[in-house]
Design a protein around this ligand. Structure first.
Ligand code: FES
Ligand code: FES
Length: 160
């Protein structure tokens, strides 16, 4: 199979890889770039476990051609923490027991990050809408929504 070179930013670091034509971004991130934080759930666009941000936009990496990442900036959960310092979303998820098995968590965090970048003061309904493409079979969603609202409040210097 023909390969082509692509270059992109992965969590602010330069990445350059040869990818198979037609390869999906999820596989390239996990196997090529070694970032295991985006998860392979359904592999067909229905669960959201593979959610990443491409130039700040929410994308399902399992449905995105790796070639489409050429020249783009990709963010994954692997880049959320600042060294040992967790991102406020991660802290709120941890404190609020918003992860059980954790399989959905990476995708949830990226959808939440995009939401808070676009809408720093979301309503509960806004949060529910933002994570509507991310399936969770464990939590019943309420702790996740609460955690995102808590993180939003903290980022704004408010109490939730
Ligand atoms: S693995 Fe991509 S949407 Fe499920
Ligand atoms: S915590 Fe298990 S799927 Fe969400």
């Amino acid at each position: 199979m023909a390969k082509r070179p692509i270059q992109f930013k992965l969590n602010d670091a330069d990445a350059a890889l040869f990818v198979d034509e037609g390869a999906n971004l999820l596989d390239v991130l996990r196997r090529g770039a070694g970032d295991l934080t985006p998860k392979h759930g359904c592999g067909q666009g229905t669960c959201g476990a593979c959610t990443v941000l491409i130039d700040g936009e929410v994308r399902l990496s399992c449905l995105t051609l790796a070639e489409a990442a050429d020249g783009k900036a990709i963010e994954t959960t692997g880049g959320l923490a600042n060294g040992p310092e967790l991102h406020p979303l991660q802290t709120a998820f941890m404190e609020g027991f918003a992860a059980q098995c954790g399989f959905c968590t990476a995708g949830m965090l990226m959808s939440a990050k995009a939401l808070l970048a676009a809408n720093p003061n979301p309503t509960r309904e806004d949060v529910a809408e933002a994570i509507s493409g991310n399936l969770c079979r464990c939590t019943g969603y309420e702790p996740i929504i609460d955690a995102i609202l808590t993180a939003a409040a903290r980022l704004q210097g408010r109490t939730a």
